[in-house]
Ligand binder design. Sequence first.
Ligand SMILES: Nc1nc2c(ncn2[C@@H]2O[C@H](COP(=O)(O)OP(=O)(O)O)[C@@H](O)[C@H]2O)c(=O)[nH]1
Ligand SMILES: [Mg+2]
Length: 252
Amino acid sequence: MNPDFDRLFAGKSRVLLLNKSDLADPATNKRWIGYYKQQGIEADGVTASAQNARSTTIRLIEKATAERVRHYEEKGVQKTIRVLIAGIPNVGKSTLINRIAGEKRAQTGDKPGVTKGKQWVKITPHLELLDSPGLLWPKLGDETIGRHLAFLGSINDEILNIEELAGTLLAKLRELAPAALFERYKKLDAETPESALLEAVARSRGFILKGGVYDTERAARIVLDEFRAGKIARVSLEQPPKEEETDNPSVT
Ligand SMILES: Nc1nc2c(ncn2[C@@H]2O[C@H](COP(=O)(O)OP(=O)(O)O)[C@@H](O)[C@H]2O)c(=O)[nH]1
Ligand SMILES: [Mg+2]
């Protein structure tokens, strides 16, 4: 999560949707949800492409805003809740909104004010969502965070050394999900030196250029694509801090 969000959205009601939960390790998803709940933040895992995304999102928002809504109702005012969907690039913000709004649109048909793009999208009579461009932050912190963002496709691949990135990802996957990795790329195993991982993928897929040179660039693209599509394994790159460290809710 963008570390600036705590500051940017201070004083606002906030819910946390852990999207693409279908791509992450289920046990780690649970730990992250528990970690945020412990800090008093409504959180749940969603898959924007699945059926439960709409109901889970609306349920969380209604829970997080119930107090304010009640406050206004006591004054006889029916407030519309407006929610900004914010997150780093490529986490599925637009997919989520389209998913939720698409179902709604199918029910209600064309209606003024219900439009896609950079406008408020009416979800229920008193709930509207707004999409936003992905937000990264100026200093990505240590190298590991930048690398994880690159693995996920949150940083434009064009400014990255794809082969180096894919090689590092393969080494990480060999730690996190060795069996699944070796199953997918048969020429790769526990003994393969780190510098030869990408070539092993090229050999596994028969990516050979004229002159018998392995096409490691093509292998790199395949590894990144397959990882991002969840074809290699369900893995989580980061774990929540251990419980003793989470006692203080201001820890980010
Ligand atoms: N597997 C999986 N893919 C998703 C999910 N949500 C979005 N995607 C894919 O992730 C990519 C980025 O989605 P997009 O909505 O454009 O992300 P945004 O940059 O946050 O708006 C697209 O290829 C989506 O199809 C999800 O829950 N699971
Ligand atoms: Mg988007």
